[in-house]
Design a protein around this ligand. Structure first.
Ligand code: NAP
Length: 304
């Protein structure tokens, strides 16, 4: 007879390990399945200064590890493996990974979301060789160099500011004539002397002769094309939820799991927490809050 956990949590980011902390602390047998390392997308963030309790800020890697340790203190286990498929209908749920099958009475999906790509020719080959998705991870390779950031949301704004402190010059390429990013970013961005805005502009191709040389952009309104020579480009155009492996679960048009503040999905005993579910604010704190709610709902479900 296979072992059946009370709760299996898919994903070891802030939502996953907060859920694990709550379920393990409530005495439920808890397993977290994580692909690479604790912390999820948070580990790609150098300084998190909007998670309370850390007056000097905290780096995402450290916070991720500490969240894992907090859950493991109460007996939560971690399995490092890639999830291949899941069978979530029925009383016992089955999770198939590269390393074997795992069974549970309830499942909390906290797999988060990954950076969105531009989808241009050569993009995959140039990843890490001029094309990047995480300024805090890879920005240091471009000290005193020229880089471009693509996007107009909070991530692009934060990345451009971060890079402006490190690099000689930063081009911010956005397809509109205003930023989507919250107001708090506007003033420092405008004040940074080494940031140049390229509005209404869309990246058409990467310039490369085997090594990355820059990007070709075109103006959406005038059609004018321009070559922007730079040493690297950081693509910050939002994220794609990690839900490809799911079936039978209701997703919205962008692929996020449809679940409200209760974290309940359309399947009994299955909950969605953190960036992977439909929500208005995707932050470490909202992910952690979801984890606590999901754990509470899972416990309630198990008691029925
Ligand atoms: P986002 O808010 O969805 O913004 C994505 C940006 O990329 C938009 O400006 C969008 O342009 C642009 N874009 C999308 N697809 C594109 C494409 N194919 N080509 C060119 N541009 C494209 O994503 P995000 O900035 O990654 O933020 C994600 C979530 O994390 C948000 O909820 C955000 O508030 C949160 N976040 C918060 C902070 C913070 O508060 N400190 C920092 C980072 C992220 P359009 O404007 O034209 O749609």
């Amino acid at each position: 007879m296979e072992k059946v956990f009370d709760v299996i949590i898919l994903g070891g980011g802030p939502a996953g390990y907060t859920a694990a902390l709550y379920t393990a602390r409530a005495g439920l047998e808890t397993l977290v399945i994580e692909k690479i390392s604790a912390g999820g997308q948070m580990t790609l963030t150098g300084d998190i200064d909007n998670y309370p309790g850390f007056p000097q800020g905290v780096d995402g890697f450290t916070l991720g590890m500490q969240m894992q340790q907090g859950a493991e203190r109460f007996g939560a286990k971690t399995e490092y493996n890639e999830i291949l498929e899941v069978e979530l209908e029925g009383k016992i749920k089955k999770i198939t990974t590269f390393g074997g099958d795992f069974y549970a009475k309830t499942v909390i999906i906290a797999t988060g979301a990954n950076p969105r790509e531009l989808g241009l020719r050569g993009e995959t080959e140039l990843v890490g060789q001029g094309v990047h998705y995480c300024a805090h991870c890879d920005g240091r390779f471009y000290k005193d160099k020229t880089v471009a950031v693509v996007g107009g949301g909070n991530s692009a704004a934060a990345d451009a500011l971060y890079l402006s402190r490190l690099c000689k010059k930063v081009y911010l390429i956005h397809r509109r004539d205003t930023l989507r990013a919250t107001k708090i970013y506007h003033e420092p961005l405008m004040k940074a002397e080494n940031i140049e805005f390229l509005w209404d502009s869309s990246v058409r191709e990467f310039i490369s002769d085997g090594s990355f040389k820059g990007v070709k952009i075109s103006n959406i309104k005038s059609g004018e094309e321009k070559e922007i020579l730079c040493d690297g480009v950081f693509i910050s155009i939002g994220r794609r939820p990690a839900t490809e492996f799911l079936k039978d679960i209701s997703l919205d048009d962008s692929g996020y799991i449809i679940a409200d503040e209760t974290t309940k999905t359309n399947i009994e005993g299955v909950f969605a927490a953190g960036d992977v579910r439909t929500k208005t604010l995707r932050q470490v704190i909202t992910a952690a809050a979801d984890g606590a709610v999901a754990a509470d709902k899972a416990e309630e479900y198990l008691q029925k």
